[in-house]
Design a protein around this ligand. Structure first.
Ligand code: TPP
Length: 282
């Protein structure tokens, strides 16, 4: 895929990621469509435009690097990786199958070419990303390390230890994106254990904070530009998202954190996302 800053083209990539996520969960009979669809615009902008990784066939080689910390939303990430050409799209149908490279939670052992660190246990990815960023800084290597987390994930104490460390070390080459949909597995994050306001918290920890609508492609492009231009502090992009964005009956319903659609729901979801331009190749 040629990198682009064209908003319409990136929106089309995001739509494909949403369709792929639903298809992958349906084919597996289980999985996590909501977070994957909610982060589709973030994945589309990262892989369709921002990440400097076109010079390698191994996504873990960079110079830019990406760590998916909220591993349960990997259907959307795997889709973005195929669109960026890192493995064949037909492999998407192996998602969550025994022995497959595309495990239901990303496995570094199964797929070392693209998975920086196995994820599923929440809270750990930012530590790994900041370690990679620190190594890069010490070697004087170019590139930015991006890490995606959920908002419920911010309840993990390890995240805040890393927030302290990354600011202390001045890791300007680290960019955290929080997909803040105010939904976690059991209900609204704000009712279970609130984490907002995330921007104020990261600013207090000494981070460069950018708060945006996580479905606004132009705002995402601008935010990633600002993160790459930052020279002193790590950046936290607080991206407000809607769980299962794009399909009205699924949106904002914690049920779709981890559920497989019925045949009827599946058809309705794909119809609402629209079939125009659908690659339909797996
Ligand atoms: C350490 C840890 N505790 C609990 C879980 C179980 N779990 C998986 S996803 C999830 C909810 C996370 O919420 P959020 O980060 O907001 O993700 P979203 O629901 O938006 O996809 C939980 C509690 C886990 N994977 N790891």
């Amino acid at each position: 895929m040629t990198k682009t800053r064209d908003v319409a083209a990136l929106e089309q990539i995001a739509r494909q990621i949403r369709r792929d996520s639903i298809r992958m969960v349906k084919q597996a009979g289980s999985g996590h469509p909501g977070g994957a669809m909610g982060a589709a615009d973030i994945f589309a902008v990262l892989y369709g435009s921002v990440l400097d990784n076109a010079s390698t066939t191994r996504a873990v080689e960079g110079p830019d690097r990406f760590v998916l910390s909220n591993g349960h939303i990997c259907a959307g990430w795997y889709s973005a990786l195929t669109l960026a050409g890192f493995f064949p799209r037909e492999e998407l149908k192996t998602h969550r199958k025994m022995g497959a490279r595309l495990q239901g939670h990303p496995s570094r052992h199964k797929f070392p070419d693209v998975v920086e660190t196995s994820s599923g246990p929440l809270g750990q990815g930012l530590s790994v990303a900041s370690g990679i960023a620190l190594g890069k800084k010490m070697r004087g290597d170019a590139g930015t390390v991006f890490c995606l987390t959920g908002d419920g994930e911010m309840q993990e104490g390890m995240v805040w230890e890393t927030a302290l460390t990354a600011a202390h070390k001045g890791l300007a080459n680290l960019c955290l994106i929080v997909a803040d949909n105010d939904v976690q597995i059991d209900g609204p994050t704000s009712e279970i254990k609130k984490v907002r306001p995330l921007g104020d918290k990261f600013a207090a920890f000494g981070w460069h904070v950018i708060e945006i609508d996580g479905h606004d492609i132009a705002a995402l492009l601008k935010a990633f530009d600002a993160a790459k231009a930052e020279t002193a502090r790590p950046t936290c992009i607080v991206a407000t998202t809607t769980m299962a964005k794009g399909v009205a009956f699924m949106e904002d319903d914690p049920k779709w954190h981890g559920a497989c659609p019925t045949d009827d729901e599946y058809e309705r979801a794909l119809n609402e996302l629209g079939r125009a331009g659908d690659l339909e190749d797996f």
